[in-house]
Design a protein around this ligand. Structure first.
Ligand code: GRF
Length: 194
């Protein structure tokens, strides 16, 4: 079995889907790292019985906050860090602490529309094809190697809310699937090296 830590800053619907989907596998979500004490994801973690850690970035440098995160994660045997709406850019030092082991989901077809307004920018672009991207995290903002993309064609008549719902439905279906596949292959690799 393999464990993941999820990092989230807001609503946490992807966090919840990951927890629920992994419960049907040998793997699990061991912990939640959240940088905002008022984030709804903390309530979800409480209801789901997942330990959560609030690491505030206020009044400290990014590196100090990340050192706190690293020391919290040392309590766990984490195979992957899974970002799910974590609204902070991780430092190169942090990324290097978990080489190739940090995954992110983004609500657009990267490299188009990186950053915090992926859905809105996709919507207003007029592009016919919209979608989601799951990728490894590197030093840049939503720039790491792409592992998975899923797209759909819009008619043009949808509202922003309808497009948002469609994108979230794709995220909730495919993020757990991709993460479970990665964990299965990490587990297989580990057993070969044992
Ligand atoms: C998702 O759209 C994800 O792609 C983006 O942030 C959003 C998080 O939503 N990175 P939620 O907090 O999981 O509901």
């Amino acid at each position: 079995m393999a464990e993941i830590a999820v990092f989230a800053s807001g609503n946490g619907s992807n966090f919840q889907r990951l927890v629920e989907a992994l419960r049907d596998t040998r793997h699990s979500v061991s912990s939640l790292i959240c940088d905002r004490k008022d984030a709804y994801v903390l309530e979800r973690a409480r209801l789901l019985g997942i330990p959560s850690y609030i690491v505030s970035y206020e009044g400290k440098s990014r590196e100090e906050a990340e050192r706190e995160i690293i020391s919290t994660l040392k309590e766990y045997d984490i195979s992957l860090i899974v970002l799910a709406g974590f609204m902070r850019l991780l430092s190169p030092q942090f990324v290097d602490t978990y080489p190739d082991r940090i995954i992110n989901i983004h609500p657009s077809l990267l490299p188009k529309y990186p950053g915090t307004k992926g859905i809105e920018e996709s919507y207003y672009s007029g592009d016919r094809e919209l979608g989601i991207t799951i990728h490894r995290v590197d030093y840049g903002l939503d720039t790491g190697p792409i592992l998975f993309q899923k797209s759909f064609k819009r008619t043009g008549g949808e509202s922003l809310k309808e497009i948002e719902e469609r994108i979230h439905a794709l995220e909730h279906k495919y993020y757990p699937e991709v993460i479970i596949e990665l964990l299965d292959s990490i587990e297989t690799e580990n057993s070969k090296n044992y």
